[in-house]
Design a protein around this ligand. Structure first.
Ligand SMILES: Nc1ncnc2c1ncn2[C@@H]1O[C@H](COP(=O)(O)OP(=O)(O)OP(=O)(O)O)[C@@H](O)[C@H]1O
Ligand SMILES: [Mg+2]
Length: 737
């Protein structure tokens, strides 16, 4: 077999795949096959050039992308993914630090702090009334500023030199304190996962050589969004062989606000003389109309190199403009659109609703729930951010790293054990002066707190020791179960939270997640599980298997594609976002974000504008986004002058939407389904949990459970009207919607 499969690549793509030596830059528009080329190149290197997978390192933007790439490669060349390194910058950083962090004083099992942990650490610092904290109004701003410094690779000393005023200078001092606290807690924050390896490489040339000699080929996807520290990381890792292959699109650079530098891609040839530049101009994703519209919009940006993107695809349908009265009507129109697309034969997983800000999801969710369209939201409060999940994970982290102060503070008094803030602060100070973790201090018994507190702290330690021992001998799921049991955590939830039931479900879900982890990972220890959890990002939660409609922000949609994309909230001030309106660079970044959104669509693109929107409690009249006017008329249908211009006549029977505020009732569609039952065979249906069905007698419902198989296949359905019933599928007059 020859790699790559030449017939599936065009000439330019083939060149990008087979130009293996030296620096190569693929700069090309959306949907031109950059990610595909990157994957094929690995296949080519291993399959044709006989490069060992051990010598290849590839960076993807998300863990999910890494996993997909690994799976694809595995299908093409079984066994390849074991020694190949494919992952995000952060995941790669962790791997390196676990191996060699000790060289710069990082213990092997450090805790990883996410943004919330970092915030808690800073809040605690500020609450200690340090004089530097006086001018700092928002711990969040402080955290983000520190993060920016780190991503610009500025140590406190350098940040101090650059500080513009007193407030910034104080922030730098707090940055220093924050670093000390992290060190004391034997923890790294998220940025450190890249900062520290770069530091390691700069201090220990031999370690840098170890990696850069190993990685003969380094590949980077979404290169336009790298920040300076990531760039330094890439540079170090590719320094020995210099076979650096990067792909990206300057028109899709959307993380400038987080410190990414589009200059990295624009000046790549300057940084790496002798670079082979390859342009891909053919788009394989979208229809001609969608591409025409997107090309036109992005051409309004001045700060760009410009490129020519074309497609051989059909002209396709026009972009549809949907105008609504307000956000509720907008949500109903989105539902209508979705239902009509499902009627057309699209599946829910083929459709994505994108928006600029997370807050917009609320109205959409309400209506989708009422319309019984199963959906997933990417990037709202994620599972791992829920209080109960964080509590249990804090126990886990403390078990793996007793020095982890943020975790200790979180749970030492949860469930309540009479160990209040003052007691904990006292314990902390004493422990710090002895240079030992708080748990060790408690074990020594050499501290002076009230008798009751002392007794309680001893009890806490006893539980902790039991769990610690358990973690050494068994896998994560069992440890988590034991935490819940030993601390009587569910009782605590029941007694303190009116919504305990759903919280208990989440706790159980965490056990299930750890069990699933054990099924797919050889190393299922608590430590390994924690590492996986720490690196999870919002987009990783995206699940195509479940057949759900996807809701997410435009930022999260990068790199993805859907048959149909609906972009909601195209209003001045919302998109483009008001924070960007008086700054040309930021406005152009918003336009690039719109371009990213439009180019996610393969066949259908809907753009939605609401005349009024509730913002911060006020109802405001809205002006259509300038981006709408940038789409040539030939590409778009609809009319932004009127309200409700959307062709309701076609869809009129879908929704009985006469009641302006009332729930949309899906009537027509369901009735039509009923007529089709006669010639319908149950044997062809694969029922899956979450699937939407229509039952002749009970109406619409969602599949909750699937048991048995063949003739004995039983399906439990939760019906819209509230009842839950179980059927033998073969005989039930029902079918998927
Ligand atoms: N030569 C080809 N023939 C057929 N389909 C292709 C070809 N190259 C790419 N594709 C398909 O086109 C789509 C877009 O490819 P891909 O996601 O790799 O583009 P991209 O340049 O990475 O896009 P983005 O800029 O959005 O990240 C995918 O569905 C891919 O399978
Ligand atoms: Mg891509």
């Amino acid at each position: 077999m020859h790699y790559p499969n030449r017939s599936s690549l065009n000439e330019d793509q083939l060149k990008a795949v087979t130009t293996t030596d030296g620096p190569v830059l693929v700069i090309a528009g959306a949907g031109s096959g950059k990610t595909r080329v990157l994957t094929e190149r690995i296949v080519y290197l291993v399959g044709e050039k006989k490069v060992s997978p051990w010598n290849i390192l590839a960076f993807t933007f998300t863990n999910k992308a890494a996993l997909e790439m690994k799976n694809r490669l595995e299908r093409m060349i079984p066994g390849i993914s074991e020694s190949l390194w494919v992952g995000t910058f952060h995941a790669t950083g962790v791997r390196i630090l676990r191996n060699h962090g000790e060289y710069i004083g990082i213990q092997k099992w450090f805790s990883i702090y996410d943004a919330e942990d970092s915030l808690n650490l800073l809040k605690n610092l500020l609450s200690k009334n340090v004089p530097q904290g006086r001018l700092i109004r928002s711990p969040r701003v402080l955290r983000d500023t520190i993060s920016r410094w780190k991503n610009d690779f500025l140590l406190p000393e350098q940040a101090f030199e650059r500080a513009a005023d007193n407030v910034e200078r104080r922030m730098v001092t707090l940055y220093q304190e924050y670093e000390k606290e992290l060190k004391r807690a034997k923890a790294l924050d998220f940025d450190d996962l890249i900062v520290k390896p770069v530091k390691l490489f700069s201090i220990h040339q031999n370690i840098k050589d170890l990696y850069s000699e190993r990685f003969r080929y380094v590949l980077v996807d979404e290169f336009q969004d790298t920040n300076p520290i990531q760039m330094a990381f890439i540079e170090a890792l590719s320094s020995y062989h210099g076979n650096l292959f990067v792909v990206g699109d300057d028109d899709q650079s959307i993380y400038g606000w987080r410190g990414a530098r589009v200059e990295h891609i624009l000046n790549f040839e300057g940084l790496y003389p002798g670079t082979n530049v390859i342009r891909l101009e053919r788009n394989y994703r979208s229809t001609r109309t969608i591409l025409d519209a997107a090309n036109h919009v992005i051409a309004f940006n001045k700060g760009r190199k410009g490129k020519n993107l074309w497609t051989d695809d059909e002209e396709g349908e026009k972009v549809k403009l949907v105008v609504s009265m307000d956000e509720e009507t907008e949500a109903m129109n989105v539902l209508q659109t979705v239902l009509s697309l499902l009627e057309k034969g699209l599946e829910r997983k083929d459709i994505a609703v994108l928006y600029r800000t997370n807050a917009q999801s609320r109205a959409l969710e309400d209506v989708l729930k009422r319309g019984s369209v199963p959906y997933q939201i990417i990037g709202s409060v994620s599972f791992y951010d829920r209080m109960e999940v964080r509590d249990i994970l804090a126990y886990c982290k403390l078990i793996c790293n007793p020095s982890d102060l943020v975790s200790l503070r979180r749970i030492i008094n949860v469930p309540r054990r009479a160990l209040g803030k003052a007691t904990v602060a006292k314990l902390e100070t004493l422990a710090a002066s002895g240079g030992i973790p708080v748990t060790e201090l408690i074990a020594s018994g050499e501290y002076d707190v009230g008798a009751k507190q002392k007794k309680k702290s001893k009890e806490f330690l006893k539980t902790f020791r039991v769990l610690e021992r358990l973690a050494r001998s068994t896998h994560a799921a069992e440890v988590i179960e034991a935490i819940i049991e030993q601390t009587d955590y569910l009782k605590y939830l029941k007694e303190n939270y009116p919504d305990a039931e759903s919280r208990i479900e989440n706790a159980e879900e965490l056990v299930a997640a750890a069990e699933a982890f054990a099924d797919t990972h050889e190393d299922a220890t608590l430590r390994a599980f924690l590492e996986e959890v720490a690196l999870v990002s919002d987009v990783d939660a995206l699940d195509e298997e479940k057949g759900l409609l996807t809701l997410m922000t435009l930022h999260n949609a990068k790199g993805l594609e859907f048959e149909c994309v609906i972009i909601a909230g195209l209003e001045e001030g919302l998109f483009p976002h008001h924070s960007s309106l008086d700054n040309l660079d930021e406005l152009e970044e918003e336009r690039r974000l719109f371009y990213v959104g439009m180019t996610r669509a393969k066949k259908y693109l809907y753009l939605s504008f609401a005349n009024m929107r509730r913002r911060m409690g006020f109802i405001e009249g809205e002006t259509p986004s300038r981006f709408l006017a940038e789409i040539p008329e030939r590409c778009i249908e609809g009319d932004i002058e009127g309200v409700e211009i959307w062709p309701r006549t076609e869809m009129g029977d879908e929704l009985d939407g006469s009641d302006e505020l009332g729930a949309p009732k899906v009537k027509g569609a369901a009735e039509r389904k009923r007529l089709e039952f006669e010639d319908y065979s149950q044997e062809e249906v694969v029922y899956t949990v979450g699937m939407l069905i229509y039952h002749q007698a009970y109406g619409k419902g969602i599949v909750r459970k699937v048991e048995g198989s063949g003739k004995n296949l039983r399906v439990t359905i939760l019906f819209d009207r509230g009842s839950e019933r179980k059927f033998v599928a073969l005989h039930a007059p029902m079918r998927p919607l």
